[in-house]
Design a protein around this ligand. Structure first.
Ligand code: HPA
Length: 271
C-alpha cells in the first residue's frame, strides 16, 4: 500500500501538482460549480494515475483538478470511489492518502444523502457532526503502517470542531440554512427499505449515504482535519416513502450545489 501511495503521489507531482494546501471531495451532483471557482486549473484524469481506481458510476466524473481558490492551493476530486463499485476500502480511500502525502492540511468533503429528519427538507444541507459506520469493511483493516497513523485511531471528534464552527458561522452570515446532524454510512447500491430508514433514524442518524465514512476514517488515521456536508436529496419518511429516482436525486443535489460551493469557497478563504 505504501508503494501505491508513493507512486501515485510522485506521478501527480510530476504533473505540476506540487503543494496543495486544501483537498476537496465533490460528491454526487456536486462536481460542477466548485470546479468553476478554481483559477488556472491543472487537470489529471484518474485513469492516468497509477493505482487510482476508475469511477464506474456514469454521473461521477473522474478528475483531479488543482488550482487557486481564494489565494489557496486547492486540489479537488471531481468524483469519488464507492465500496459498492466493487473496489476494496483501501482502494477507495487511496486518493485521501495521496492528497495528504502531497501536503494538504485540511480535507473538505461533500456528498448527497437521504434525509431522515422530518424537521428538515430535501434540498437543504446538513453539516456532519458525527457518523455511524454501517459499511461492512474498514479501510484500516489489516497491517497498520505507523508512518501513516496509529493502530487504534481515536474517533471521539472525527469532524473538526474548528472547521464546523467556521462553517456554521459562514452559513449564519450568508443566511444559508445549514442543519447539523449524524450521517449513517451504508454500503448501497440499493436505497433503503422503509424499515431500514425507520431503523437508521431510531439509532440516531439524520441522513444516510453510501460514501464519506471510509474517507473520514482514513483522514482521522492520518491526523488530517476534515469536515463534511451532506446535500439532502430525498426525504426518507418511512410512513410516506416515495420511490427514489436517481435522476431526481442528482437534480436536487445540483440545485443545492451553489450553496455548498458558497460555503466551501468562503471556508477556504478563512483557512
Ligand atoms: N440512501 C442512501 N444513499 C443516498 C440516499 C438515500 O436515501 N439519497 C442519496 N444518497
Amino acid at each position: 500500500m505504501l508503494e501505491h501511495i508513493q507512486e501515485a503521489t510522485t506521478f501527480i507531482r510530476q504533473h505540476g501538482i506540487t503543494s496543495p494546501e486544501v483537498g476537496v471531495i465533490l460528491g454526487t451532483g456536486l462536481g460542477n460549480l466548485f470546479v468553476k471557482e478554481i483559477k488556472n486549473p491543472v487537470v489529471i484524469n484518474y485513469n492516468s494515475i497509477p493505482h487510482f481506481p476508475i469511477s464506474t458510476v456514469e454521473f461521477h466524473k473522474g478528475k483531479l483538478i488543482y488550482g487557486m481558490v481564494k489565494g489557496k492551493r486547492v486540489l479537488a476530486m471531481q468524483g469519488r470511489f464507492h465500496y459498492y463499485e466493487g473496489y476494496n476500502m483501501k482502494q477507495i480511500t487511496l486518493p485521501v492518502r495521496v492528497m495528504k502525502m502531497l501536503g494538504i492540511k485540511t480535507l473538505l468533503i461533500s456528498n448527497a444523502a437521504g434525509n431522515m429528519n422530518l424537521k428538515w427538507k430535501k434540498g437543504e444541507m446538513m453539516l456532519i457532526d458525527d457518523h455511524i459506520n454501517l459499511q461492512p469493511d474498514n479501510p484500516l483493516r489489516g497491517e497498520n503502517f505507523t508512518v501513516l497513523g496509529p493502530r487504534f485511531p481515536d474517533m471521539s471528534q472525527p469532524y473538526s470542531r474548528d472547521l464546523n464552527k467556521k462553517l456554521i458561522g459562514i452559513a449564519k452570515k450568508k443566511k444559508i440554512r445549514l442543519n447539523v446532524g449524524v450521517y449513517a454510512g451504508v454500503m448501497g447500491p440499493n436505497l433503503e427499505t422503509r424499515a431500514e430508514y425507520r431503523y437508521l433514524h431510531m439509532i440516531g442518524a439524520d441522513a444516510v449515504g453510501m460514501s464519506t465514512v471510509p474517507e473520514v476514517i482514513v483522514a482521522n488515521h492520518m491526523g488530517l482535519p476534515c469536515c463534511a456536508i451532506s446535500v439532502l436529496t430525498d426525504d426518507c419518511d418511512p410512513d410516506n416513502l416515495k420511490p427514489a429516482v436517481i435522476a431526481e436525486i442528482i437534480k436536487i443535489a445540483g440545485k443545492a450545489e451553489a450553496k455548498l460551493t458558497n460555503l466551501y469557497v468562503e471556508l477556504i478563504g478563512q483557512l
